[in-house]
Design a protein around this ligand. Structure first.
Ligand code: ADP
Ligand code: GLC
Length: 480
């Protein structure tokens, strides 16, 4: 099959979270199954074509009269071609995907409407006929509507089916309805029922939910949660009306990028048979962070966006109790200003116990996954979550809230011979502290801990099986 995959971020070129990882590894896994997968994404100012060996193409795309140029990363066996849209909307004076200094770019509606439209002109420019066009998250969610409304007589997209994946229902792309005209959207589609309206606003995600031929989300449990009033973010009614077309397919991880036995970001390597290198990574990490280098003090790691979703406010509320435990903590993240300031301040007050690093640091993320003893992920909600899978693979049992994809991937330790981590339910600081306490107690029982580590490290989170589920869905849609 030919698949056109549209995403606002693709690692390693651009990444603000898990979408970037998935947009890199799912297309690669589909290409490995023998499909031609063409990925299209913006060329942001932060993407240096020379550094990534991109080629400039003598082609240009047209999005409703607006033209743009193209860079390409050549594909190979099992690796997809990636096309980058070169346009002032993405490049010019800005560097980041969505905004800078905590403020979104005000023209994001125009920027991402452009992404979806230009992507749909790529098949013509490349002379390809995609069976499936796969859109992701709010940024490309207008795509399924454009495919229907603007490509009715397009020979290149004749018979193309659309798939829309929800990576996070909490970010819907909501804008004032006055944007409709500028985006070239007809008012007839500004309606509640099967349209783009949401509380008198324009909602990009609703276009994906209403007009895609099939919907997916990134874990089976989240697929159930979003059908409820609590988990549906106001879109549960729309989702329930399409529940027959909605599939929960668990994300995989890139097992080459996240492999403790050959991770270039680590000062020592290890695997399930020989964990000695893990102890060396921990010592080096403690030194790097200015924490006392002590093997007998457990180190709890955290990496993630400092946002409500990740339950970081819960961590803040629990900190007085956590700091009374005989443990060290490291947190790497960026996001909400109040949380950044709070954690930095605590880090200054208790440098012997709590190390906060504010920013985005790929290498440090790997070292925390590898060097910490346990990984804390107290998410309020979590569509899938990748970090807990990385930590399982790195012998760093997660402590997580039993929601979304976390509940699908972490099995609670039963105090005996089952389980890969520590789950808790209630959204309150006491429950979080209780779970951390429980994990640290078990940590001191070396045999029990080794068992938990071994079971986690033996799990298979490769993309293979998940990619086959996407493949089956695509085949069903394409009728072949
Ligand atoms: P989400 O997409 O909701 O942010 P995921 O767990 O799916 O959560 O994916 C987050 C990805 O981003 C992971 O690869 C994680 O390691 C990475 N990440 C998040 N914050 C940082 C950071 N501050 N520095 C480095 N990597 C980060
Ligand atoms: C979103 C979700 C996260 C998921 C990622 C990739 O950002 O918050 O849970 O793992 O997308 O699908």
């Amino acid at each position: 099959m030919n698949v056109l995959f549209v995403s606002s971020e693709v690692a390693p070129f651009s990444k603000t979270g898990g979408l970037g990882d998935v947009a890199a590894s799912l297309p690669a896994a589909l290409a490995e199954l023998g499909h031609r997968v063409v990925v299209v994404t913006p060329r942001y100012g932060s993407i240096d074509p020379a550094r990534h060996g991109l080629e400039w193409l003598p082609l240009s795309l047209d999005a409703r009269g607006e033209r743009c140029g193209l860079w390409m990363r050549r594909g190979g066996p099992g690796s997809p071609e990636v096309y980058f849209l070169e346009h002032d909307l993405f490049y010019g004076f800005r560097r980041a995907p969505y905004g800078e200094g905590g403020v979104d770019y005000p023209d994001n509606p125009a920027r991402f409407a452009f992404l979806a439209r230009a992507a749909l002109d790529l098949p013509r420019a490349l002379g390809m006929r995609p069976e499936v066009v796969h859109f992701n998250d709010w940024q490309s969610a207008l795509g399924p509507w454009f495919l229907r409304a603007e490509h009715g007589d397009d020979p290149w997209l004749e018979g193309s089916r659309s798939v829309y994946t929800i990576h996070n229902l909490a970010y819907q792309g909501m804008f004032a309805k006055e944007f409709m005209d500028g985006l070239g959207l007809p008012w007839s589609v500004f309606r509640l029922d099967g349209g783009l309206e949401f509380h008198d606003q324009l909602n990009f995600m609703k276009a994906g939910l209403s007009f895609a031929d099939a919907l997916t989300t990134v874990s089976p449990n989240y697929a159930r949660e979003i059908l409820t009033v609590e988990g549906g973010y106001g879109l549960d009614t729309v989702l329930r009306s399409r529940s027959g077309d909605l599939f929960g397919i668990l994300n995989g991880i890139d097992e080459r990028e996240w492999d403790p036995s050959r991770d270039p970001h680590l000062p020592a390597r290890f695997d399930a048979r020989d964990l000695r290198g893990k102890a060396r990574v921990k010592a080096a990490l403690q030194a790097e962070l200015g924490l006392p280098v002590k093997s007998h003090v457990p180190l709890v790691g955290m990496v993630g966006r400092l946002a409500d979703q990740k339950g970081m406010d819960l961590v803040a509320a629990a900190l007085p109790a956590l700091l009374r435990l005989d443990a060290q903590f490291v947190m790497l993240g960026s996001g909400q200003r109040d949380l950044q300031d709070f954690f930095s301040w605590v880090s200054g007050q208790r440098p012997d116990r709590f190390a906060a690093r504010i920013g985005f640091d790929e290498g440090l993320a790997h070292r925390i996954e590898a060097g910490a003893d346990t990984f804390l992920m107290p998410s309020r909600f979590e569509p899938c979550g990748l970090n807990q899978m990385y930590s399982l693979r790195y012998g760093t049992p997660p402590i997580a809230r039993a929601v979304g994809g976390l509940a699908d991937t972490v099995e609670d330790y039963d105090g005996w011979k089952r389980g890969t981590g520590f789950l808790f339910g209630p959204l309150d600081p006491g429950a979080l502290v209780g779970a951390v306490q429980r994990a640290l107690d078990v940590w001191r029982d070396v045999r029990a801990w080794r068992g938990i580590q071994a079971r986690g490290m033996a799990l298979d989170f490769s993309w293979g099986r998940s990619a086959e589920r996407y493949e089956a869905l695509f085949r069903g849609l394409a009728g072949n």
